[in-house]
Design a protein around this ligand. Sequence first.
Ligand code: OSB
Ligand code: MG
Length: 374
Amino acid sequence: MITLSRIRLREVHLPLREPFRISSGVVSIRRIMLLELTDVSGLTVWSECVAGETPNYTSETIATTWPAILQWVAPRVIGRGFALPGDVHDVLEKDFRGHNMAKAAVEMGMWALAAEQAGLPLARLVGGTRETIATGISLGIEASPAALVNRARAAIGEGYRKVKIKIMPGSDIEFVRAAREELGPEAPLMADANNAYTLDDVDRLAELDTLDLMMIEQPLAWDDLVRHAELQRRLKTPVCLDESITSLDRAIDMHTLGSGRIVNIKPGRVGGFAQSIAIHDFCEQHGIPVWCGGMFESGVGRSYNVALASLPNFTKPGDVSPSARYWERDIVTPEWTMDKSGMVKVPLDQPGIGVTVDQDRIDNLTVRTETVGS
Ligand code: OSB
Ligand code: MG
């Protein structure tokens, strides 16, 4: 039985090594929201809420997740006994719309508590089978094709198994074509538009279709499935959906409508691990490959992504770059690393999330805290 007694929220500011630009905005200092969940026996785990500072990816921001957790999520879980962490999702969904990232931060922490209680690595508790995860890098929009090519070449040299190029109108065909020409026909390239196009751009997107990309991620509106289906009919490159997949039902609809052929699963976006696993299982049954996306998590959030990505149908490389790609220094020990062949090790030698938060450092980086429960 998992019974939560307290949730402590904390905001820490960690500068990215360099600003990251996507079609809808730029981040340079990551405002990271962390949670400490303590159960009635005094066991504490860390989790992370992946919402950003502005509502340009989904509608949630840390200005909405903070009060949502305090006022709506915490009262539903604190003091209530859960036989299984998989039971938390339904309790959080009943008459409680949206707020997936707020819900996920707590729901995933409950999985970590269950793992600690059972003495299992989180990856094994969720049913993961892999010992290593293939890693991709997500490259922000650069000022010129030449600058992008340098980044992409360096990434392939470091061993990354997938290079994702952020695109938007004006920084797209020329950039991706330069990378393809420079890196050769076998280079594992893909593009992510973060909703920067409409069906009026279909000719432009058809040019990308000639560049042998592994996939084109979320080209159209953030909540769309119908137009993506129209687009997928016109492209041979698989469309991968990110923003549009907010639940198992949306993944089923994607399959029904033909809106895409690959799913990027981010547990925060879908409300946690129960939905992530359900989407994974559905996709596995229907021959749809999945991979784990990233949200510039700290090493805490990363540990959850790595655990999830150890499930068998995570067959495409995930955006689980090592800590050093993002930060001068991460907030966890050990930091996340990648070997020369682009693989990240799933921590299997200890119970729980497999990393420890550096307490003094985190206290120094903290700008606010708030506690609910006792
Ligand atoms: O679309 O996948 C995305 C980061 C923030 C918001 C949206 C996205 C991303 C990334 C970063 O691509 C992936 C990473 O954490 O390395
Ligand atoms: Mg994306």
